[in-house]
Ligand binder design. Structure first.
Ligand SMILES: Nc1ncnc2c1ncn2[C@@H]1O[C@H](COP(=O)(O)OP(=O)(O)OP(=O)(O)O)[C@@H](O)[C@H]1O
Ligand SMILES: [Mg+2]
Length: 403
C-alpha cells in the first residue's frame, strides 16, 4: 500500500502542507528541526490514531493555532492506495474549552471515506512500521517499552487485540481505584468480583495474542539476526507473562496453562488461562489491597531478547542491541505483510546514522520491495549514490517541502 496524497493543517510546525507522494522510496532530507520527523509522525497518527512518540495528543496541534483559536485544531488527511481498494482518511484533532483542570479537553474526529468512525475502526486501513532512533530502548529500556512495542504492532492488525487493550486499560484503572478505596475506607470485597472477571477476560486475550505474535516474530527475527551477524548469532525472545511468572507454585498452573510454550494454540488454552488468571488474582488479593494496585496481568508482562544465551538487555553492547532491534523491526515488517496481505508503509527516521556499512546495505536491501518507504536524514550522503538516484529526494525546510 502507499499514501498518494498527504494534507496537513496546523500539525506541529506544518501550518499548511499538500503533498503528492509516489509509490517508491522517498528520502526526506534537511537540517535539524525542519519537520522531517513530524511528517513521519503525521502518517503514523493517521494510521493508528496515536502519536509514535510518548507525547501528549495536544502537543500535535501547532502551538500558534493553540494561541489564536477558541477551539484550536489540527487536520490530517490522506489518500491511500491499497492492493484491493483506495480510501480517504481524514482526522481532526481539537482542543475544546471544558471544565477540566487546565480548561481544555482533547477530542479526535476520524472519517474514513466520509463516514465518522471510532479509532479502532482505523485498524486495517493504513498499516505502518516505524523505525525510530530510540528503538534501541525497546531492548535496553524499561519493560513498558517492550509492552508498547508489542501493542503498537498487534493493535494495528488485530481489532480484538485493540479492543481488549482499551478495555483492559479502563478496567485496570477502575480496579486500582477500588483497591485503594477498599484499603482506605474498607467495604465489601465482593465488589472486586466484577472487575476481576473483566480484567481476566481482557487480560487473557492480550496475553495469549502476545504469546502467539512473539512466537511468529521470533522465527522471522532469528533468521534476520543470523543474516545480519553473518550466520553467527541466534536471537531468541523470552516472553514472561505476568500472570503466572512470580508464583512460587507455578507448576500448579503450568500444566494446564503452558504459557511459555509458544506452540500452544491460544483458543485451546483461553478458558484455562482465564481461570488461572482469576486464581492468581485471589492469591494476590491481600497484597494488592495493601499496595492499592493490581499485581497480576499483562500490564506487568516482560519480554527478554536473548542472543546466544546472553540477555541483551543486561549484557548486550549498544551495537548488539541495535542489531537485535533492527532484526525485530524487519521481522515486524514481514509479519505485518503476512497478516494484511500487503506491504505496510515503512517510516524510517534517521536510521542510517548508527548502523555500520553492512547493516545499512542489509536494511536498504530488505526494504527494497516495499511499495512505499519514507526515510529521513540530515545527511543524504549516508545513502549510496545508487539509492539516491532511485529514491524520490524531498527537501524539508521549516515546515515546507521542495520536491
Ligand atoms: N505543536 C507544535 N507547534 C509548532 N512547532 C512544533 C510543535 N511541536 C514541535 N514543533 C517544532 O517543530 C520543529 C520540527 O521538529 P521535527 O522533529 O519534525 O524536526 P526534524 O526535521 O526531524 O529535526 P531533527 O533533524 O533534529 O530530528 C521543531 O523545532 C519543534 O520544536
Ligand atoms: Mg527528526
Amino acid at each position: 500500500m502507499h499514501l498518494r496524497h498527504l494534507s496537513l493543517t496546523n500539525f506541529r510546525l506544518y501550518s499548511r502542507l499538500e503533498v503528492d507522494l509516489p509509490s517508491q522510496a522517498i528520502l526526506l532530507y534537511g537540517d535539524n528541526a525542519q519537520g522531517k520527523t513530524s511528517l513521519l509522525e503525521a502518517i503514523y497518527v493517521l494510521a493508528t490514531g496515536r502519536s509514535s512518540h510518548t507525547t501528549s495528543d495536544r502537543q500535535l496541534i501547532n502551538w500558534l493555532a493553540s494561541e489564536e483559536g477558541l477551539t484550536p485544531h489540527a487536520r490530517l488527511a490522506a489518500d491511500v492506495v491499497r492492493a484491493d481498494r483506495s480510501l480517504h482518511i481524514d482526522m481532526v484533532l481539537m482542543l475544546e474549552p471544558a471544565k477540566t483542570e487546565d480548561g481544555w479537553r482533547f477530542r479526535k474526529q476520524i472519517k474514513v471515506n466520509g463516514a465518522v468512525v471510532r479509532t479502532t475502526d482505523l485498524i486495517g486501513q493504513i498499516a505502518v512500521v516505524m523505525f525510530l532512533p530510540d528503538d534501541v530502548e525497546i531492548v535496553s529500556g524499561s519493560p513498558a517499552n517492550r509492552r508498547r512495542y508489542l501493542d503498537n504492532a498487534l493493535a494495528q492488525v488485530d481489532v480484538d487485540y485493540a479492543r481488549a487493550l482499551d478495555l483492559y486499560g479502563e478496567v485496570l484503572s477502575q480496579r486500582n481505584a477500588l483497591l485503594r478505596q477498599l484499603a482506605e475506607t474498607g467495604g465489601d470485597l465482593d465488589q472486586l468480583i466484577y472487575w476481576d472477571e473483566q480484567l481476566a477476560s481482557a487480560g487473557t486475550t492480550i496475553t495469549l495474542k502476545r504469546q502467539s505474535m512473539i512466537a511468529e516474530l521470533e522465527a522471522l527475527a532469528d533468521r534476520l539476526h543470523r543474516d545480519l551477524t553473518h550466520e553467527r548469532h541466534t536471537l531468541r525472545l523470552r516472553y514472561q507473562p505476568a500472570f503466572n511468572a512470580d508464583l512460587p507454585t507455578a507448576h500448579v498452573y503450568q500444566p494446564g496453562l503452558n504459557l511459555d510454550l509458544p506452540t500452544r494454540s491460544p483458543e485451546a488454552t483461553f478458558e484455562q488461562a482465564r481461570q488461572s488468571f482469576l486464581k492468581q488474582l485471589h492469591t494476590k488479593r491481600s497484597e494488592e489491597l495493601a499496595r492499592g494496585s493490581t499485581l497480576v496481568g499483562p500490564h506487568r508482562d516482560e519480554l527478554r531478547f536473548i542472543a546466544d544465551e546472553i540477555d541483551l538487555g543486561v549484557y548486550g553492547s549498544r551495537g548488539q542491541q541495535r542489531t537485535a532491534i533492527l532484526a525485530m523491526k524487519l521481522a515486524e515488517v514481514h509479519w505485518m505483510r503476512e497478516k494484511i496481505n500487503d506491504w505496510p508503509i515503512l517510516l524510517l527516521d534517521e536510521v542510517m546514522a548508527e548502523l555500520d556499512v553492512h547493516r545499512r546495505g542489509f536494511l536498504l536491501n530488505q526494504i527494497n520491495g516495499a511499495n512505499q518507504a519514507i526515510l529521513t536524514s540530515t545527511d543524504p550522503e549516508m545513502f549510496t549514490a545508487e539509492f539516491r538516484r532511485q529514491a524520490k529526494m524531498v527537501k524539508v525546510i521549516r515546515g515546507r517541502i521542495e520536491i
